[in-house]
Design a protein around this ligand. Sequence first.
Ligand SMILES: Nc1ncnc2c1ncn2[C@@H]1O[C@H](COP(=O)(O)OP(=O)(O)OP(=O)(O)O)[C@@H](O)[C@H]1O
Ligand SMILES: [Mg+2]
Length: 238
Amino acid sequence: MQKLNLVLDKSLYYRGIYHYHSIDFDKIPHLLSTGSSGSGKTFLNKLIVARVSLKIANASVTVLDFKANDYKFAINCKNLYEFDKVKEGLEQFYNEFLLRQQGKTSDRTFKLLVIEELGSMMAYFDKKEVETMKSMIANLIFMGRSAHCHLLISTQRPDSSYFGAGVRDSIGTVISLGNMSKEGKSMLFSGFQDEMKEHHGQGSGYMLVNGAELFSIKVPQVQNVSKLEYYIQQALNR
Ligand SMILES: Nc1ncnc2c1ncn2[C@@H]1O[C@H](COP(=O)(O)OP(=O)(O)OP(=O)(O)O)[C@@H](O)[C@H]1O
Ligand SMILES: [Mg+2]
């Protein structure tokens, strides 16, 4: 079982109880984190990567950081792809997935692809390249689970042109940080808009699991940044 404690329950947290909502990658293979600039997506993504690295044996993580900003501490790691290299990183991950899917390797170690700022990454490439990248992402989302290839996609605006409804519905765990627009809610939290009345600041928001369970959540504090960065580096070099 590839289960990870992910985020704290917000209402319990304010009553002094630290209760984690966990995810089981075997059951819910992919995640999406969204929220406006500064809402804490990258902070959460780093926490997830560090936890994956620490808790899942031999887990390998690939990060595509188009903004080339947030992973400077890992600049020499082989699975970090910045700016225009992100396309190469996606292809590399996808090829590994294809080898597994086509039975050309028996390797089934846990692999996670983190896409930081899908929106700005897609806006950079030309139309044809974007279509190819979109179809790689869609295939990974639809078929990645059995190959143990997982995705964590992050974007400020969950634009429907990046992934169609079918892809969106297959993501499983959706986390929004800060306050979400009406459009964002109807796109990613359909059926739950009326329940989403709380105000959220940096590092807090909502999590929807399998389109069925809504939680108000808080991203835990990081006590030791060097330890966090150490574990991220480990996973980025596997
Ligand atoms: N849960 C948190 N606890 C403490 N500090 C946080 C938390 N989340 C974010 N921060 C701080 O806020 C700043 C902005 O967060 P972050 O970079 O994660 O935002 P973002 O949503 O990725 O923004 P952008 O869309 O611009 O990339 C960071 O410098 C980080 O240290
Ligand atoms: Mg960010």
